[in-house]
Every structure is written in structure tokens, then in C-alpha cells.
Design a protein around this ligand. Structure first.
Ligand code: 13P
Length: 334
């Protein structure tokens, strides 16, 4: 799962989130349309050159490609590692905007089941809301504790845990506020992982980048996002962690690629492999090209492959903005 030039595709939208994505292209969300959409991505020729793992939602584990092959098997045949989202979504702390993540109960039994379907890693997402008074110490501690319990349980059952603390981009907050919240959250997460005796060298971190709020005035540019993100990671993440795979968190596909690329051109020595585990930033152009129509599948696959290729180049600091305008074949010869 840690392979130079490759990253992870997050295709683990819950049924509710998948419905939102499909609604954006006027496609009704049914088990079959969700299968078709996943089939489109997972059968894209050559994605194994850029993608080394895919995170599934449980429903997809049981579904088959158009050729009748179970999706986890199809991936394994292509040398891509299948993984699974194991958290059960978010719940509110009473009287607060803050949230915690559900799903620890019975987790071990579910992991055993997912292993039988071929899953080799898992993912658990915790979120942090930035407002004037949040994230609070209480939420930071609770999320760190639950992420650590989840990670420990995964390792006890032989799965690699992806630990995903996401500081949400929603709001008008400054990059300073995001910097502080991210550093506090990460420090607490790694303290909790240590306390639970989680093997850090057998885990993956999936963080958000240090970035201005989506509705902030004067949002920070690419240089500042890349520099601040690496600074926070170096301050809070142990060097024995093998891989950091960012989420895109509401950035545009271009922004997510440019930020990752810049981290690799800062002239800083990075102790971990630094790559991507994007959902929206990898999928959005493909979704828009597809629009639920068979005749668009090939164009959608090309759009998906192009995004995967550009992000692969970004993991090596070889992406340039002019590639956005090139067709896939032109990017391929770079
Ligand atoms: P985005 O890249 O769309 O933020 O999704 C990543 C993810 O896995 C969210 O849990």
C-alpha cells in the first residue's frame, strides 16, 4: 500500500453520500446505479499504475463488475489492495456542533467478516469543526481515544488501520485557526495511539491539509498551504509512520493536486511517504463526464485516469498546471 507514485482511491461513500453525488448529475441513487458508477471507476484500464488501494463502503464488497467478478476480487487481480470504511458515521455531542464517530461496538466481528471478502485495511473518520469555540479539548480527546481503539482493534485482527482525523474546511476561519486545530488534533491522536500500543509503523494517517476555511476572505495560496501542512506534520507525526495519504475535503481537484505537488517541491526532506487518498478530487471530473449514460463511460474513465495520473505525478513533484489543459495522451508522455 505504500508504493512510489501511487495513492489510494476513496470510493467509500455511504449510501446517503453516494445519493448526493449521483443527484448532482441527475441520476437516481439505487443499488444498481451505485454499482454501475463503481464499475466505471474500478474497471478503468491502467488505474493500477497510479492507484494501489481502494476504500470500499460495505455495499460494494458484495457487488460485481459487469463481467460478474466481485469487486474486491477484481481489484486483487489488478494488484490493488481492497479496504473498507468501518466507522458507522457521525453523531452529535448534545447541545454542540461537534461530533464523534460511531462504530466501535462489535468492530472486531465486522473486521473478521470483511477480511473474508479480501479486505486488508480499514478506515475510520473523525471530524473536527472549527468555530470560535471549537474544536474543544473534549472533542479532540474523545476522537483521539476512539481512533486509537479502532486502530488497535484493526491490528489485533490483522488489518492495517487508516486513521483519518479531518479538520473540516467549512467556515470562514483563517489558515491560522486550521493550523492550530490540526496540530492539536494530531498530537492528541498520536498520544492516544501510543497509549493503546498501536504499531505506528503498521498504520497510515489520512489527514486534512492546513488550509483556509472554504468561505474565508483572502484564502492562503498553494505555497502557504504546502508549507504549513508539512510544518504541522513534522511537529506532530512520528517519523516511523510509513505513509501519509491526504483526503481532499472539499478542495477542487486542481487545488488538491497542486497542494500535494507543492509539498514535494519545497526542498524539505519528508520522513514519510506523502500521497493521496482522495474521493471527490479523484472522482468529480469522472462523475460529471459520465452523467449516468453508457455512451459516456469511456470519456468518464479517461477523466478518472487523468486525475489519477496527475496526482501520481504530484507525489513526485512533477505536476504542472498546464497539464490540466492537456488531453490524457499528452500527459502520459510526460
Ligand atoms: P474527500 O477526498 O472527498 O474528502 O473524501 C475522502 C474521504 O475518504 C472522506 O472520508
Amino acid at each position: 500500500m505504500v508504493v512510489a507514485g501511487k495513492g489510494i482511491l476513496a470510493a467509500d461513500e455511504s449510501v446517503k453520500t453516494a445519493a448526493k453525488r449521483l443527484a448532482s448529475i441527475n441520476v437516481e441513487s439505487t443499488e444498481e446505479t451505485r454499482r454501475q458508477y463503481r464499475n466505471l471507476m474500478l474497471t478503468t484500464p491502467q488505474i493500477e499504475k497510479y492507484i494501489c488501494g481502494v476504500i470500499f463502503f460495505e455495499e460494494t464488497l458484495h457487488q460485481k463488475s459487469n463481467d460478474g467478478v466481485l469487486f474486491p476480487k477484481l481489484l486483487a487481480q489488478r494488484g490493488i489492495v481492497p479496504g473498507i470504511k468501518v466507522d458507522e458515521g457521525l453523531a452529535e455531542f448534545e447541545g454542540s456542533v461537534e461530533q464523534y464517530t460511531k462504530g466501535l461496538e462489535g468492530l472486531g466481528d465486522r473486521l473478521e467478516k470483511y477480511k473474508k471478502f479480501g479486505c486488508r485495511f480499514a478506515k475510520w473518520r473523525a471530524v473536527y469543526h472549527i468555530t470560535e469555540n471549537t474544536p474543544t479539548e473534549m472533542a479532540i480527546k474523545r476522537n483521539a481515544h476512539d481512533l486509537a481503539k479502532y486502530a488497535k482493534t484493526c491490528q489485533e485482527h490483522g488489518l492495517v488501520p487508516i486513521v483519518e482525523p479531518e479538520v473540516l474546511i467549512d467556515g470562514t476561519h483563517s489558515i491560522d485557526a486550521c493550523h492550530k486545530a490540526t496540530e492539536n488534533a494530531l498530537r492528541e491522536v498520536f498520544a492516544a495511539l501510543k497509549k493503546e500500543n498501536v504499531m505506528i509503523d503498521c498504520a497510515i494517517l489520512k489527514p486534512s491539509m492546513v488550509i483556509s476555511g472554504k468561505e474565508a476572505d483572502n484564502r492562503a495560496g498553494v505555497d502557504e498551504v504546502a508549507m504549513r501542512t508539512i510544518k504541522v506534520l513534522k511537529a506532530a507525526v512520528p517519523f516511523e509512520l510509513p505513509s501519509i495519504n491526504f483526503l481532499s475535503g472539499g478542495q477542487t481537484p486542481q487545488e488538491a493536486t497542486a497542494h500535494l505537488n507543492r509539498m514535494h517541491t519545497l526542498n524539505e526532506k519528508l520522513p514519510w511517504y506523502v500521497s493521496f487518498s482522495y474521493a471527490r478530487a479523484l472522482q468529480d471530473p469522472a462523475l460529471k463526464a459520465w452523467r449516468g449514460k453508457d455512451e459516456n463511460v469511456e470519456a468518464a474513465q479517461q477523466a478518472f485516469l487523468k486525475r489519477a495520473k496527475l496526482n501520481s505525478l504530484a507525489t513526485m513533484g512533477k505536476y504542472t498546471e498546464d497539464m490540466e489543459e492537456m488531453n490524457l495522451d499528452a500527459v502520459m508522455v510526460h
